[in-house]
Design a protein around this ligand. Structure first.
Ligand SMILES: C[S@@+](CC[C@H](N)C(=O)[O-])C[C@H]1O[C@@H](n2cnc3c(N)ncnc32)[C@H](O)[C@@H]1O
Length: 126
């Protein structure tokens, strides 16, 4: 949503493609559904709810235009070859799942194999 909003403000919007990856197939299946309970109303602004979601009964579904930006795929950050040509690699609370050695390996793998990539993570390794 943030990237869509930012890019749509540009005079010549950049093409956006998001690889949403996880080692856990069931987590990916849930993410692919793009369906959220009504509690999402407390977490997402009214403007974004209108723009990016469709209300269906008691739940909200992500709009097709937002959903189509994402390719969901299984990927083990430690064992699988890294993706290349990424502009940004973002990991949300991933590092807490990894052993210290894997943390540093995954971090260096994301940055060295990604073109122009910035990285961000919402959890710091201890
Ligand atoms: C806090 S969850 C974040 C899930 C989701 N990406 C999000 O942003 O809501 C961290 C995820 O890291 C995944 N994970 C753990 N080890 C991994 C690995 N080696 N490679 C890829 N994903 C991994 C877990 O399956 C878990 O779903």
């Amino acid at each position: 949503m943030l990237l869509r909003e930012r890019i749509d403000d540009e005079p010549h919007p950049t093409q956006l493609q998001i690889f949403a990856t996880d080692i856990d197939a069931s987590a990916l299946a849930e993410a692919r559904r793009g369906q959220y309970p009504s509690a999402v109303e407390r977490q997402v602004s009214p403007e974004r709810l209108v723009r990016f979601f469709t209300k269906r009964g008691d739940s909200y579904s992500v709009t097709k235009s937002l959903r189509d930006l994402c390719i969901f795929t299984e990927h083990d950050l430690v064992k699988d070859p890294p993706f290349s040509r990424m502009d940004l690699v973002s990991c949300r609370n991933l590092l807490i799942y990894l052993e210290p050695a894997s943390r540093s390996a995954s971090s260096s793998s994301s940055t060295t194999r990604s073109d122009r990539a910035g990285t961000c993570s919402s959890a710091r390794p201890r």
